[in-house]
Design a protein around this ligand. Structure first.
Ligand code: SF4
Ligand code: SF4
Length: 411
């Protein structure tokens, strides 16, 4: 058997309905172009602010300024292919009236990359080749290519390990449903490490593992868990996700440094006070870090709905439209998403064994493949509004609830 990656990303609908542009012209943009071409999507052109590139051609398409692209196609969808400048590019495009903007992440699944990498590498660039770093995708994907050659390898794109339901904030619209927990608890370290080890007896590797809560910096055993996961050498990137309101301890920073674990901070308005100090510590301990000042509205996601009377095809469509993109290890089970895990824990949806995989005992690889690769909805999708980054309702970032919120329940 060849290696299997989780690949449940489908092409967002916008890409099938409106003219598509890619911004800016860089290695990832070229890769996205070839992925879309493979999928039968015609890309109208690239958008780039560099005047020396505008008017040139690449991949049989024109390179345009943002203004030229929107004049040519008022209803264009633009795929942003830049990690560092994504918000600046998004702001610029929105300011000139681009209504439909997608980030490239959902296209860059390993199967997609594998199918399109050599075409991307063979692309001839028109000018300014130093700007179009082929190393950019070599560095990111060469390890995946090697792994994909291994037999019997089951590889995750993105795995979340949830360590606690406790959080020092109570965001009304927390996508992991923490605002509904009356009794927030830590998950015992042994329970997490046991299920993690069982999972990686069958799975080989994850491109990224995020340790998440609630707020994981409240979790006392975090240094031990970081060391445990780091020592397994089963992921390319290991990150602790935090809201940036707690200064990490020396013990944690040391464990992170030794385990090559980064800190990923989402800082919310009104909670910026400690960000500088945390950044300084990351630099001092030479820890990879990322800070995002989360000022855009949030998308309202994973709300409770009642879809018990949905037909199978309506359920499948609802699931296919959902852009949730990680799998979630929580209390000994592997779930498709945080909603399923926590709605079940909160008793809001019926218990259904088909919603998760039991990771407290040996897992058959066929079960993993069936569960995660076949693109089928899980029973809990009937109770969840799903995740839609393009069309979901907008809510204020990190608006706080004064007390635990009541959660609707399946009756
Ligand atoms: S900071 Fe807010 S969004 Fe993050 S886990 Fe806590 S309650 Fe949820
Ligand atoms: S329960 Fe289904 S619809 Fe909801 S986030 Fe998970 S996969 Fe998406």
């Amino acid at each position: 058997m060849v290696a299997t990656y989780i690949q449940r990303r489908i092409l967002p609908k916008e890409l099938q309905l409106s003219p598509v542009y890619i911004a800016p012209l860089n290695g990832i943009g070229i890769l996205a172009y070839h992925i879309l071409k493979q999928a039968g999507v015609l890309v109208q052109g690239f958008i780039d602010n560099d005047p020396s590139l505008q008017g040139e051609r690449v991949c049989d398409t024109l390179i345009l300024s943002p203004q030229q692209a929107i004049e040519a196609h008022k209803n264009a969808t633009v795929i942003i292919c830049s990690a560092k400048s994504r918000h600046a590019i998004k702001d610029q495009l929105e300011a000139i009236g681009v209504g439909s903007i997608i980030f490239s992440d959902s296209l860059l699944t390993s199967e997609n990359v594998k199918a399109s990498l050599s075409a991307a590498k063979n692309t001839v660039f028109p000018a300014a080749p130093e700007r179009i770093s082929l190393g950019e995708f070599d560095e990111r994907f060469v390890m995946d290519e090697k792994l994909l050659e291994q037999p019997d390898a089951f590889l995750f794109e993105n795995l979340v390990v949830c360590v606690t339901e406790r959080c020092n904030l109570r965001c009304k619209d927390c996508s992991t449903l923490m605002q509904y927990y009356k009794h927030q608890e830590d998950i015992p370290l042994e329970e997490i490490t046991h299920s993690f080890d069982m999972l990686f007896k069958t799975a080989r590797y994850s491109k990224r593992i995020n340790i998440q809560g609630g707020e994981p910096l409240l979790y006392h055993s975090l240094p031990d868990l970081v060391r445990h996961i780091g020592a397994k050498k089963v992921c390319r990137q290991l990150y602790v996700m935090t809201n940036g309101t707690i200064i990490p301890s020396h013990e944690l920073l040391t464990a992170m440094q030794e385990s090559d674990c980064g800190l990923d901070m989402n800082i919310y308005p009104g909670y910026e006070k400690k960000a500088d100090e945390i950044e300084r510590l990351c630099q001092e301990y030479q820890i990879d870090y990322r800070i995002k000042f989360d000022r855009d509205d949030w998308i309202d996601m994973r709300k409770f709905v009642d879809g018990r009377d949905w037909t199978e095809s309506k359920l499948q469509q609802h699931f296919s439209d959902c852009q949730s993109y990680c799998v979630y290890l929580y209390r000994g089970h592997l779930y498709y998403c945080a909603f399923t895990a926590h709605a079940r824990r909160l008793g809001a949806i019926p218990d259904d064994d088909l919603d998760s995989i039991d990771c407290t005992r040996e897992i058959k690889i066929q079960l993993l493949i069936h569960f995660l690769v076949e693109n089928k909805p899980v029973p809990s999708c009937r109770y969840c509004s799903g995740v839609n980054y393009s069309h979901g309702d907008r809510v204020m970032v990190a608006a706080q609830a004064k007390k635990t919120l009541p959660y609707p329940k399946f009756q």
